[in-house]
Write a protein that binds this ligand. Structure first.
Ligand SMILES: *Cc1c(COP(=O)(O)O)cnc(C)c1O
Length: 375
């Protein structure tokens, strides 16, 4: 890596925005509700170390991840409090999880027995969170299973296993209030009868913003913390990441000049093009070829031609003073202009989550304010 993290292309990350978004979510909730920020997939690509340091200082209850490896990484970063693995774990990874003191989600009696056996082997007590499927369909015990199933679970979740939580996951919280009600009712039928110390949780970011009354004991926000919108009817989060790249080449293009693989764009008249040192190998969605934008000097330029792995070309015809070394903004603000994360996601035909998690290790994460370099 070059010594200057802002030498080629990079992500600016704002710790104050992360904290502001956390505060917005908290303000919708009763103060007793615990917050378990989801930091899976390198904290949605923002960078786990910096995110964890920033959020720990804000006093969150614990952290949620998808994989055992992510949970163990949190332990390496010095997180001693609760870490919950919310996706089903391959049985072969359960021993390592229990050794690391990670809480595991379980959605079947078989999985519960695997955790119990691992706990016996290690001589530790393993925390489990029962995953109830209320419509997501990808994991968990079917909500239609009745009290008899719950009794079998309860009698197996003893000894070296501690029943720490019960949860479900919403499938359409950003745009379908009725489905949230339906899932909440199905989940409520399961939680009504269980011991009060078992933590009830259901809400992702969109759930917190649309149905805070269903929070239960704990919420699991992800995308809103990192600057992704959760529906057009709720306020936008503060932008957390800005994607920047240097201009590395400027040229005049006479009529008939083509650009990029497939030569999909041709200069119709005399044009001026700038080459930016960023491509899909950095995580700029390739689908933005011939349709996305970049800001240079506070002005909007159009991406021309296909995006390459390492470079992207923009049309700067009529813009004076653009030169090699200038900073282009692919996501974020430059002067009065802004390209939002969600605008980029929409232009690429995807969601903010995929854009964020698509940023590769090539991009240094440059923290502004609190926190530290997460690269
Ligand atoms: C990823 C995830 C979340 C966070 O969802 P957002 O939409 O990013 O807020 C919450 N719960 C579970 C089980 C998840 O997998």
């Amino acid at each position: 890596m070059s010594t200057n993290p802002k030498g080629r292309s990079w992500l600016d990350v704002r710790a104050d925005a992360l904290l502001a978004n956390l505060a917005r979510l908290r303000s919708a909730l009763d103060p007793e509700v615990r917050v378990l920020p989801m930091v899976k997939a390198d904290a949605y690509g923002v960078g786990m170390p910096g995110v964890v340091e920033t959020l720990r200082a804000a006093g969150v209850w614990g952290f949620g991840v998808a994989t055992v490896e992510e949970g163990l990484r949190l332990r390496q970063l010095g997180v001693e409090g609760p870490v919950v693995v919310l996706s089903p774990s391959p049985y072969a990874e359960i021993d390592a999880a229990v050794e690391g003191g990670l809480a595991l989600s379980v959605g079947s009696l078989d999985a519960l027995r695997e955790v119990a056996a691992a706990a016996e082997r290690s001589g530790r007590v393993a925390d489990v969170h029962l995953d109830v499927d209320t419509g997501m369909g990808r994991s968990g015990v079917d909500w239609r299973q009745g009290a008899a199933w719950l009794d079998r679970f309860r009698s197996a979740a003893t000894g070296s296993v501690r029943w720490a939580g019960i949860f479900t996951h919403l499938h359409s919280a950003e745009d379908d209030a009725e489905s949230v009600q339906r899932q909440a009712e199905r989940f409520g039928a399961w939680t009504a009868e269980i011991e009060p110390h078992v933590l009830r949780h259901m809400l992702n970011s969109a759930g917190v913003l649309h149905a805070p009354e269903s929070a239960g004991d704990l919420v699991r926000p992800g995308i809103f913390l990192y600057g992704g919108r959760c529906g057009s009817d709720v306020p936008a989060p503060d932008p957390v990441v800005s994607l920047r790249a240097r201009v590395v080449h400027v040229r005049d293009a006479v009529p008939g000049t083509t650009v990029g693989y497939g030569a999909t764009y041709t200069a119709a008249r005399g044009e001026r093009w700038a080459t930016l040192s960023i491509g899909y190998g950095d995580g700029l969605p390739r689908a933005l070829g011939n349709r996305g934008h970049a800001l240079i000097g506070g002005r909007r330029t159009a991406i021309v031609g296909r995006i390459s792995m390492d470079v992207t070309v923009v049309n700067i015809t009529g813009m004076h003073g653009v030169g090699v070394g200038d900073v282009a903004t692919l996501i974020g603000r430059d002067g009065a202009e802004e390209i939002t994360l969600d605008e980029v996601a929409e232009g690429a035909g995807t969601i903010s989550y995929e854009v964020l998690t698509g940023f590769t290790t090539r991009l240094p994460r440059v923290w502004e304010g609190k926190g530290k370099d997460g690269s």
